[in-house]
Design a protein around this ligand. Structure first.
Ligand code: BG6
Length: 510
């Protein structure tokens, strides 16, 4: 993470400081940044929450989270104590004016102690319904006025659909300038997702063949083994399409499909990405079934464990029609990609935790080898593994050892862990540091979010108006419902089974 400069003095205010995100992700990330020497000398992390936690309890609770979730493992006392001296807590309901006044006082105290005007980051780790209230209170306190110092970080989901995202944008941009708003999509902070830019635009090898003349299809798989867990109250209203496709999968698609940027300026990259979203061929409502498939996991076994179906999970309606699996078949209407299908799929309780992009190249234009040589021949395939085992595999054809000319596939591997022998920062580390530096390259601009909503809007609307007839329709530990296969077989294609480790080969799903 070398981008940008060392951050200026900062007060990092977390709303929802008693919640899960702060515990599992934000504070472990800040702690790692601190240990890696990326944070400014003048740094304060101020947690705000309505829970009645004292400062000591708050710190203890955060330490447990760091012990459990940090990539470094358990904290060391001395290191933790140093870091914890920067953590403080403000209890109170932010809808009440006195909490706001107390916050403003604390911010002033830091400035006075440090004798400097510190930057102020307001991180909204709160349920979407509270975003406008908290932002409104900040605006009333005048804590949005200084474009240089005041920044607002908003977690997904950003709106529930196109109309609500637009309304939220209107409200927030009525108080904060667009350049002060950082909409987080944590996938953009993942090392391998960022590496897509390096791979494509720092190597002369691939760009000349990165188009419809050489590429047959692109598949993006983001699969999880976990179920909905304790998040039913959110997930029941979201589903896989809103939770994963509208943001993470479409962002990956943008990085694969975008044109080369003229520079690495935040808006240049974001312009190129939004061009891709705008070029996605609109799905007509009456054709949704040809372009989108949904599914929901039923009950089953995982090893010797009984796994409840989605409808049996805590907080889920008995006849819930929320999808836990979504697959899309998208086309991009431009010169580079006309006619090349982009297949996207994501789901919970699938056979493996894996996120990867497979790019299948077209067959060679003329096969000069004898038929006996090419029985095992396969077109080239590039697999970009986002997680786990981050890396890139390029499948090429080689002559098999022996006296006869027989071709077969072999893989060229790049594995992050082996090549760099260092642990990669967590996505949140990269993103939090970028906010502190004021670098918005990896954050979503309002037009990106809104265009992404309009891409999936016809699917959302159709699915909402026609309840699924066959839920639950896939087993845990599978690759989703059978209907997902039909989405590709209509094009004479199949899903590739993801490469689960660099040693694995891959083939079409059985
Ligand atoms: C979140 C979704 O954005 O991403 C979760 O809300 C999902 O439902 C998570 O589990 C997956 O992230 P990762 O980094 O574990 O692939």
């Amino acid at each position: 993470m070398e981008r940008g400069n060392h951050p200026q003095p900062t007060v990092f205010v977390i709303f929802g400081a008693g919640g899960d995100l702060t515990w599992r992700k934000l504070v472990p990330a800040l702690h790692n940044l601190y240990l890696d020497g990326h944070l400014p000398e003048h740094l304060a992390v101020l947690g705000v929450d309505s829970k009645a936690l004292g400062e000591e309890k708050f710190r203890e609770h955060l330490r447990e989270g760091v012990d459990q979730f940090s990539r470094r493992g358990k904290t060391k006392k001395k290191e933790w104590d140093e870091f914890a001296s920067r953590l403080s807590y403000l209890g109170g309901d932010f809808a009440e004016p006195q909490t706001g006044e107390a916050l403003a006082d604390r911010l002033q105290t830091f400035d006075q102690e440090w004798d400097i005007e510190a930057n102020r980051i307001f991180y909204l780790a709160i349920p979407p319904a509270l975003v406008e209230t908290v932002a409104g209170q900040l605006a009333k306190l005048g804590l949005c006025k200084d474009c240089r110092r005041d920044r607002l970080v908003v977690e997904k989901p950003f709106g529930h659909d196109l109309a609500s995202a637009r309304a939220l944008d209107r409200t927030l941009t009525g108080m904060f300038a667009e350049s002060q708003i950082y909409r987080i999509d944590h996938y953009l902070g993942k090392e391998t997702v960022q590496n897509l830019l390096a791979f494509r635009f720092a190597n002369a090898l691939f760009e000349p063949i990165w188009d419809r003349r050489y590429i047959d299809q692109v598949q993006i798989t983001v699969a999880e083994t976990v179920g909905v867990g304790h998040r039913a109250s959110y997930y029941e209203h979201a589903g896989a399409l809103r939770d994963m496709v509208q943001n993470h999968l479409l962002q990956i698609l943008c990085l694969i499909a975008m044109e080369s940027p003229v520079s690495f300026a935040a808006d240049e990259i974001r312009n190129k990405k939004v061009d891709v979203l705008r070029a996605i061929h609109p799905i007509r409502p009456e054709k949704v079934h040809n372009f989108a498939v949904r599914g929901q996991y039923g009950k089953g076994r995982l090893g010797d464990r009984e796994i409840p179906g989605y409808r049996q999970e805590e907080g889920v309606a008995l006849r819930s029609s929320t999808e836990t699996f979504a697959a899309l078949r998208l086309f991009i209407d431009n010169w580079r990609w006309q006619g090349v299908p982009f297949y996207l799929r994501t789901g919970k309780r699938l056979a493996a935790k894996v996120s990867q992009v497979s790019i299948l190249f077209r067959p060679v234009p003329h096969q000069s080898f004898p038929a006996t040589a090419v029985e095992n021949w396969q077109p080239n395939r590039l697999v970009i593994r986002i997680q786990p085992e981050e890396g890139i595999t390029l499948r090429i054809q080689a002559k098999q050892p022996g006296t006869r000319m027989v071709l077969g596939p072999v893989d060229m591997q790049f594995c992050y862990r082996d090549a760099f022998r260092t642990t990669t920062p967590e996505a949140y580390e990269t993103l939090l540091l970028d906010v502190m530096r004021g670098d918005a390259t990896l954050f979503m601009r309002a037009d990106q979010v809104e265009t992404a909503w309009s891409v999936i809007a016809p699917v959302l609307e159709t699915w909402e108006s026609v309840p699924p007839a066959d839920f639950p329709d896939y087993r845990p530990d599978s690759w989703g419902p059978e209907t997902a296969d039909a989405l590709l077989t209509q094009d004479g294609r199949n899903w590739f089974a993801p490469v689960l480790s660099e040693k694995d080969g891959e083939d079409e799903n059985p």
